[in-house]
Design a protein around this ligand. Structure first.
Ligand SMILES: Cc1ncc(COP(=O)(O)O)c(C=O)c1O
Length: 407
């Protein structure tokens, strides 16, 4: 063995923050030898065979790109121009006055996570260590992303365990008592992760009034557009907010609604008071990106642009997205009715009221452990399940397992 004396020992005292608990749980699931095991952890859409499918329109677009792509040249810091031209109308609707007034622009990012990271880096670049308010609970990666970007994180109440619904009064009272002008508020546009509990349009309107009066700055995370009530319905609240505030940021992901998780496709949109401010913000965003990942990958954005610029592929994509949404909603109803048939007396309406891929079951850590140990059914430690992990083949089994810990 070579003897190295007095070298630099960078890795000697590494302190590990710990990987995301969900990733560790997925590892345990993979190593579980039981044949009937079920994964309700990971947040990806699965079809009734338990597969994570490539959407039909995506396949078609990929075949087209394979034949037609002529270069692998860099895409530039802001990403694919065709893709960027489409994002504002997907989020705000093609008739949005903000588009006409050039009050919105966007950059392509590596997934929704990349958009959130660029957003937080930008906020820290503009106002170092600015405070960002996040919901309790929130997506497991929000706090690490904001903290690593040097923002100061604080939390507002969001979920009421008693009836597994939104604690809107608690949220508003807390923000009223503690938030200050100039601070950032992180909101989920729809299909709140992990709870599945969303604001109504009326609540979005009240929140918008509050945000304007308090002079908070919203960063809206839109990761599940189309998986709750539909592409337009899911962003009605976001659209109201955008039209009634001078500025905000929107981090959106195409991972879920195009099923292109591994292609890392998202966008960061910035709404400003004037076209001139949009140009200035665009330049600041490019500076932040350049020293981070420099430029986004191309493929996913090309797929999205190819699908959305072709009416036949768009129709195919919309139809399949509708199928996905209907399947999730059918599984919510089926699970509820199976549990009711097993004599569960508890109010299970939360299963059908919550939106999107996730349901917050309210299971205690002991219940979660019992279901995992006795049935090999894995869910997040906080009782979050991926409803899309339920299919006709495992519905009975899951219902038996859940009924075993419910009254
Ligand atoms: C709330 C929320 N935001 C952002 C993301 C990130 O999405 P992406 O995989 O595109 O980075 C996710 C993914 O699970 C999410 O649940």
């Amino acid at each position: 063995m070579i003897q190295i004396k007095a070298g630099c020992t960078m890795f000697e005292d590494i302190k590990i923050r710990g990987v995301d608990n969900l990733l560790a749980l997925m590892e345990k699931f993979r190593n579980d030898p039981r044949e009937q095991k079920v994964d309700l952890v990971v947040g990806v859409y699965k079809d009734d065979h338990g597969d994570v499918p490539v959407m039909r329109a995506v396949k078609q677009a990929e075949n087209h790109l394979f034949e037609s792509e002529k270069t692998k040249n860099y895409v530039g810091i802001p990403g694919d121009a065709e893709f960027r031209a489409l994002v504002p109308s997907i989020l705000l609707g093609s008739q949005s006055p903000l588009i006409e007034q050039n009050r919105i622009d966007c950059v392509q990012t590596p997934g929704g996570t990349g958009a959130l990271k660029v957003a937080c880096d930008l906020l820290n670049y503009l106002k170092p260590a600015i405070k960002i308010w996040v919901s309790t609970p929130t997506w497991a990666n929000h706090i690490p992303v904001a903290t690593d970007a040097r923002l100061t994180v604080d939390q507002y109440p969001y979920f009421r365990s008693a009836d597994r619904s939104l604690d809107f009064d608690g949220m508003m009272t807390h923000l009223d008592e503690h938030s200050k002008a100039g601070e950032v508020i992180l909101l989920h546009a729809c299909c709140h992760n992990p709870t599945g509990v969303d604001l109504t349009l009326d609540q979005w309107q009240q929140l918008t009034d509050f945000v304007r009066e308090r002079q908070l700055f919203p960063l809206v995370d839109c990761a599940y557009q189309g998986l709750g009530d539909g592409m337009d319905a899911d962003v009605a609240g976001l659209r109201h907010m955008t039209e009634n505030l001078p500025e905000l940021l929107i981090a959106n992901s195409f991972s879920k609604n195009f099923g292109i998780y591994r292609e890392r496709t998202g966008a960061l949109s910035f709404v400003c008071e004037s076209a001139e401010q949009v140009t200035n913000t665009f330049n600041a965003v490019k500076t932040v990106i350049r020293s981070n990942y420099s430029m986004p990958p191309s493929h996913g954005a090309r797929v999205v642009a190819t699908v959305l610029n072709d009416s036949q592929m768009t129709a195919e994509w919309k139809a399949e997205l509708d199928e996905m949404r209907s399947r999730i909603s059918a599984m919510r109803s089926a699970l509820r009715s199976e549990l009711e048939q097993r004599g569960i007396k508890e109010d299970l309406s939360f299963l059908t009221n919550q939106k999107g891929m996730f349901s917050y079951t309210g299971f205690t850590p002991e219940m979660v452990a019992s279901i995992k140990d006795n049935y090999g059914i894995y869910m997040a430690g906080d009782g979050r399940i991926n409803v899309a992990g339920i299919c006709s083949g495992n519905l009975d089994y899951i219902s038996d397992a859940f009924a075993s810990v419910l009254d």
